[in-house]
Structures are given as structure tokens and as C-alpha cells.
Design a protein around this ligand. Structure first.
Ligand code: BG6
Ligand code: MG
Length: 219
């Protein structure tokens, strides 16, 4: 059996934390007197903390001095950390566990490619850290998605060629990053939004073991 590298985004793919990022950003934006819609939130998915705040300020036509900027980033993260403080295994998204175990049982590399600086404690909370061969998160990269750095780093850590990597992503920026890296991109979520992905699934329940087997066998 071939050994492929499966790269998972975290927020909105493994765990249902995308909603907490949304709520925390919305609270912060409203606090600054800026409206913030669900559509705008799509543009923040997969985007780093710094760039998210930059986008929100731009939408609101606002600027902050560096100290205020840092202060607002801290405020958002403190709020977000409160949301995730009581997280447990029940927040794993449907069938993630089955997919991870199927891949482990078939001797595939399992890696994380996330923009979040909170990724490691979240994996610990949902008790799946030990399933990962490599973890690349927001602390390990300097270029945010859609730049492919995060996925290329995961590939390097498992000595995998890009064409042997398969990326699961719920964000437009993440799908673009996977495509730019020359990897197989799988959109998890709304196919109309993630139309640039090579394959689309609403969630992992639609992703059969046979489909995974075919990805492993694919040359
Ligand atoms: C991504 C999320 O995974 O991580 C974004 O999709 C988030 O919404 C980004 O802004 C950075 O996360 P954090 O936890 O470092 O603020
Ligand atoms: Mg995500």
C-alpha cells in the first residue's frame, strides 16, 4: 500500500470551532462600530489572526495604532479562548474520527496544516494529538493561506511529494493554497463557496472508505 500524506485543516474541518472564531470576530467588529456579515466571515476562514483584523478594519474604513491593534487581537483571542475552554471530544465533527482511524490503520501519514496558533491545545482537548505524524500551525509559518507554505511544510516533514498530498479544507484561502502547492484539494462544506476544490463534500460522512482507498491507490 502506498503511503500518502493526508493534511487536515483544523477549524471547521476537524472541530466545529469556525463558529467560535466568527462569534469572537463579530463581537470585536461590533465593538469597533463595524458591521460584520456571514459573507464577510467566509473571507476570514483560514486567514491568520493579524490579517483577519486588517480585513475587518479595512471593511469598516478604520485604522488603529500598533498598540491598539495588538490590544484588539488579544481581546479577540481571549474571547475565543473562553469559547473553547470547555471543549471536549463531542466537538469533533461527524466521522472525523472514522476517517482518521481508517487512514491510521492503512499506514497513511496524518498531518495538520492550520493557520491557528491555538491548534495544539485544541487537538489535546479533543484527544487526537497522538494520531498526527506532523503538526504545522500558525506558530510555524510566516506566510498565511492562500500561500501554500503551511501545506508544503507538512509535506516536507513527512518527506512526501506534493502530488502525494491530499488536503482537507473548509476555506477558500485553504483550497487555493492546496491548489497552489500542487496537492489534491478536498473542500469540506458548501461546494458553491469551495468550487475551486478538486472534490467537494458537505462533511466527512459523505467520504467513504472506498473513496479514501482510491485516493491512496491513485498514482
Ligand atoms: C484559522 C481559522 O484556522 O485560524 C481563522 O479559520 C483564524 O478563522 C485562524 O483566524 C487563526 O487562528 P488563531 O486561533 O491563531 O487566532
Ligand atoms: Mg478552517
Amino acid at each position: 500500500m502506498k503511503r500518502k500524506c493526508f493534511i487536515f485543516d483544523l477549524d471547521g474541518v476537524i472541530v466545529d470551532t469556525a463558529k467560535y472564531h466568527y462569534q469572537a470576530w463579530k463581537a470585536l467588529a461590533n465593538d469597533l462600530g463595524i458591521d460584520f456579515s456571514i459573507e464577510q466571515n467566509e473571507q476570514l476562514k483560514g486567514v491568520s489572526r493579524v490579517q483577519s483584523l486588517e480585513k475587518i478594519l479595512k471593511w469598516g474604513g478604520r485604522t488603529l495604532d500598533p498598540i491598539e491593534f495588538q490590544d484588539k487581537m488579544n481581546q479577540k483571542n481571549t474571547n475565543y479562548l473562553e469559547y473553547i475552554s470547555n471543549m471536549d471530544t463531542s466537538e469533533l465533527l461527524p466521522d472525523v474520527d472514522r476517517v482518521l482511524r481508517f487512514l491510521t490503520n492503512n499506514n497513511q501519514f496524518i498531518t495538520l496544516g492550520s493557520a491557528s496558533k491555538n491548534a495544539r491545545p485544541i487537538l489535546d482537548k479533543v484527544k487526537i494529538t497522538s494520531l498526527f505524524d506532523a503538526i504545522v500551525d500558525g506558530n510555524d509559518v510566516s506566510k498565511a493561506k492562500p500561500n501554500p507554505e503551511v501545506f508544503l511544510k507538512a509535506a516536507r516533514l513527512t518527506k512526501s511529494k506534493a502530488k502525494n498530498c491530499i488536503v482537507f479544507e473548509d476555506s477558500v484561502a485553504g483550497i487555493q493554497a492546496a491548489n497552489a502547492a500542487g496537492m489534491i484539494s478536498i473542500g469540506i462544506g458548501d461546494a458553491r463557496i469551495l468550487h475551486e476544490a478538486q472534490y467537494n463534500f458537505e462533511d466527512f460522512r459523505g467520504l467513504s472508505n472506498t473513496f479514501l482507498e482510491n485516493l491512496i491507490k491513485k498514482s
